[in-house]
Design a protein around this ligand. Structure first.
Ligand code: GLN
Length: 246
């Protein structure tokens, strides 16, 4: 019997820019190549919350998009906080990363309260931070992507960044070289790109964590992975590694 993994794509209508939907496609494709059956639930404002959730993926958006989702997002805040505390793996890019923090004060002076999963706050500035972004992470090695945000994010003391910006890009705020954040199994980051097709280690972390939480062990052979699927994954990883070396 196939082993299903339920993935929530969070607000894909309004929070999905610079290729962030590619993260959902990459997870779907990779899970299938490992022998599992991905089931994606697109969750927009007013939708029913799916019965079972193994992983949540959220993208970035314009300030206007963030304002559109904020009321519904707040109705889901307790649920999202408890799923995060329970260890559900989540990836939140840019605009949703900001809203997983404490608040986002936009450049026009409005304040959007976040849900406080991540101890961080964000303040918009006139000059946008745009361009390629590379960082080094203790857990995932070199990570590559692209950033475009007005918000400067500051982590509270003791909050673990995802990585350190060494060469290209601004990261959280352009001042302390931190980029992103990690809390429980939640990853917040400014990396668009899409992130996951180019950074397989992060995709595998999300997949492994989701599968282990639901089925106890991550065992592609037992899940029915074929040799051809294993070879296809290997080829995908080689291409991603080449992209990261450039
Ligand atoms: N609107 C937010 C900002 O400008 C997030 C942008 C994004 O998601 N790329 O900071």
């Amino acid at each position: 019997m196939s082993q299903v993994i339920d993935i929530v794509s969070l607000y894909p209508k309004d929070m999905n820019i610079y290729g962030d939907s590619g993260n959902v496609l990459a997870i779907q494709r990779r899970l299938a190549l490992y022998g599992y059956e991905p089931r994606v639930h697109a969750y927009n404002q007013g939708c029913d919350w799916p019965e079972h959730v193994d992983m949540i993926l959220g993208g970035g958006g314009q300030d206007t998009g963030q304002k559109k989702i904020i009321d519904d997002f707040f109705q889901r805040a307790d649920l999202l906080r408890s799923l995060a505390a329970d260890g559900v793996p989540m990836l939140m890019i840019c605009g949703l990363y900001q809203l997983f923090g404490e608040y986002f004060e936009t450049v026009d002076g409005s304040r959007l309260d976040g849900i406080g999963v991540i101890g961080a706050y964000t303040v918009g500035q006139e000059t946008r931070m745009i361009g390629n972004l590379t960082e080094t992470s203790a857990d995932f090695g070199k990570i590559i992507g692209y950033e475009n945000h007005s918000g400067q994010t500051f982590l509270r003391d003791g909050v673990q960044p995802l990585g350190t910006v060494e060469q290209d890009g601004t990261g959280n705020n352009g001042e302390d070289h931190t980029e992103g954040a990690r809390v429980h199994n939640v990853i917040g980051t400014y990396m668009h790109g899409s992130l996951l097709p180019k950074n397989s280690a992060i995709a595998d972390f999300l997949i492994r964590t989701a599968v282990e939480r639901r089925y106890g062990t991550f065992d592609p052979a037992a899940a029915g992975q074929t040799d051809a699927q294993r070879a296809a994954l290997h080829r995908i990883d080689e291409i991603a590694d080449r992209a990261r070396r450039v």
